[in-house]
Every structure is written in C-alpha cells, then in structure tokens.
Design a protein around this ligand. Sequence first.
Ligand code: ARG
Length: 266
Amino acid sequence: MQVDGRSTVRRAAAVLAAVAAAGALAVTAAPGASAGDPRIVGGTPTTIDDFPATVIFNVNGAQHCAGTLVAKNKVLTAAHCTDGVEASQMEIIGGQTKFSDTSGEKAGVSDVWQNPEFTMDGMQHDNSVLTLDKDLSYTPATLVQSADDAAYKTGADVTVVGWGATSEGGDVSDTLLKVSVPVVDNASCAEKYTAAGSNYDKASMFCAGVPEGGKDSCQGDSGGPAYVDGKLAGIVSWGQGCARKDFPGVYTNVGNDYSTISSHIG
Ligand code: ARG
C-alpha cells in the first residue's frame, strides 16, 4: 500500500488503519489522481520559517506522522497516529524544512493524551496531545476555538503542509510542501463519503479539496496542520485515496474539540 522513498516500512500502521477506516476500495489505479506537479499532492515547496510550529513525528526512529507545536512542550497530532504506540517509541523534531536534516531540536514524549471519543473504525475526534520531555524554542500555533468559526465556511482557504506522499501511493517529500484547498460543503462531503461506504462525522470532521482533484494531503501528512487565516483549524486525518476527483481530504475539526484539546494543553 504505502510506497516509500526513504525506508521500507514506515508509517504502515497509521496509513493502513486510516485507509481501512475510510472504507477505501482496493483499487490499484487512482481515478482522477493528478499525474501533474508531484508535490504534497499538487502543492509547492515551503519552509519551516513560514510554518514554524510544524513538527516531525517519528516512531522507532522512522517517519510516522506530523504534528503541530501548540505550546512549548505540547504537540497536537492525529489520534490515529498515536493509537497503539507507546510514548517511549515517539520522537518529535522541530525546525526542519528538510526531513533529512539533523539541525532541528528534538524531544521525547513523556505523556500521550488520546481523545477517548476516537476510534480507528470511525476516525471521529481524530486528535491527541503529546507532552514533550522538554520545551522546544519554536513558536507554537494558535487554535481555532469553535466549530462554527468562519474557518469552516464552505470555500474558506485551507493551507496544509507536510512531508507526505506527493501522489497517491507515491514517494514522500524530503522538503516541506504546502497546498491550498477550499473547505467543501460539509453536507455534500458527508453524502459523498457515506455513499462510498465510509464513516463521516459531520461534527468532528471537515473536508477540503477541489472538485476536479489534484490537490490534497496524502499518506505521511497525517497529524500535521491545516491552517485557515493563520490559525490551526484542522489536523490531517484521512481520505479516499489522495487528490481524487470528488473525494476531498478529511480533517479533524479542531474548533469542535477546542475545549477538550485545550484542557490538555494547559
Ligand atoms: N491517513 C493518512 C496518514 O496517515 C493521511 C491521509 C490524508 N488523505 C487525504 N486524502 N487527504 O498519513
């Protein structure tokens, strides 16, 4: 399933579980997936200076997911990235534009809070807060604070960044990439995914993408940030394939869970 440029068995658990949860069909081709610009999918290179809260989330020393620094010693990531993983296996690295750099500050994880409403089957409330064993010096992100924030209005511009796959089933990117996609009407996204046999929870999720496909987050971007107007509105969660026509990316609605999440940030 996951084809990887830098190591053989990275991220397998998170990726496979997310695909299963999304009810993805066992397709070998990606109808509507862009064969064009090979970035995040359909994005462009950016730098960590533009998105300083973005962190690498390794497990057992290998690329697993991404996350966002939300306090000097707290990282918000996806629950599907922490499920079944011990804190002692986790490592957070900040400050790197290039995944392969070794210039960034590193921290271990001393505690994992995983949203108790999350399930791998349903992927609802896909958020976890990691407590780091030391402070990082990078500037934390500000969170959207309510589910009815303008951030989630249809058409709002969502910026997603990550080191994930640059095409469905393709290689991950060594350079941090960004892509901008509009918020998709929640009811029609729910309809599409429900018709495709997936669980879509309108309260704890939102969708972003372009109808023709070609721009999206993808495997390896999970847990990483989705910003609207400079605030953290979403967490990369799941999707049917990547960048497919009519199947936008699905993100955790951070505003919906703001009070729970913030109580674990302190
Ligand atoms: N679950 C994936 C991961 O673990 C992220 C998938 C995002 N998919 C999408 N089409 N936006 O990396």
